[in-house]
Design a protein. Structure first.
Length: 180
C-alpha cells in the first residue's frame, strides 16, 4: 500500500472532527478545511491525477479524498492513473535522456523556473482580474473617457489651428488682391 492510499484511509477514519480539533497546528482550521473540502469536492477526481506532479501535495490529497468520502473505487482509479502517468513520465524522461541528463538538466531547470514564474504571474493576474473585475471595469472606463476627452481636445485644437491658418491665408489673398 502506498502513502497516498494510506493517507486516504487515515483521512476517512479520522475525518473532519480530527482536523477541526488539531488542524490549527498545521494551518488547517475549520475555515480552511471547509474551503479545501469544497474545492476538493468540485475538482477531486481530476485533482487526484494532477497532484502527483506536485511534490508534497500528492500526499495531502489522499487525506481530503478520505475526508470528503470519495468512494475508494473512484479514489483508486484516479489516484493510480495519476501514479502511472507520473512514473511513466519520469521513466520516459530517463530513457530519453539517459546518460545525457547532465547536459539537459541546466537547460530544463532554466525553462522550468521561467515557466513556473510565468504561470505564477498569470495566476496572479487572473486572480486580480476575477477578484477586482468591477473595480477594474470602472477604472478602465474612466481611463477611456479621459483618453477620449484628450483626443477630442486635441482634435478641437487642431481644427481651430487649421481654421485660423485657412482664415489667415484667405485674408492674405484678399489683402494681396486689394494691394494690386
Amino acid at each position: 500500500m502506498d502513502r497516498v492510499t494510506l493517507s486516504y484511509f487515515i483521512g476517512g477514519i479520522l475525518g473532519t472532527p480530527f482536523f477541526e480539533k488539531y488542524g490549527h497546528y498545521v494551518h488547517m482550521d475549520k475555515k480552511n478545511l471547509d474551503k479545501v473540502s469544497a474545492w476538493f469536492k468540485k475538482y477531486g477526481n481530476k485533482l487526484l491525477i494532477v497532484t502527483y506532479f506536485i511534490p508534497g501535495v500528492r500526499h495531502i490529497t489522499g487525506y481530503f479524498a478520505g475526508i470528503t468520502k470519495i468512494s475508494y473505487k473512484k479514489f483508486a482509479v484516479y489516484s493510480y492513473v495519476g501514479a502511472i502517468i507520473w512514473t511513466s513520465t519520469f521513466i520516459s524522461l530517463g530513457s530519453l535522456f539517459g546518460a545525457n541528463w547532465d547536459k539537459y538538466h541546466e537547460l530544463i531547470a532554466a525553462f522550468l523556473v521561467r515557466g513556473g514564474v510565468a504561470i505564477f504571474l498569470m495566476a496572479i493576474a487572473i486572480y486580480i482580474l476575477i477578484k477586482y473585475k468591477l473595480y477594474l471595469n470602472e477604472v478602465s472606463k474612466k481611463i477611456y473617457r479621459k483618453i477620449a476627452n484628450t483626443f477630442n481636445s486635441i482634435f478641437n485644437v487642431r481644427n481651430r489651428a487649421l481654421g485660423m491658418t485657412v482664415s489667415i491665408l484667405i485674408l492674405s489673398v484678399i489683402i494681396i488682391g486689394f494691394v494690386e
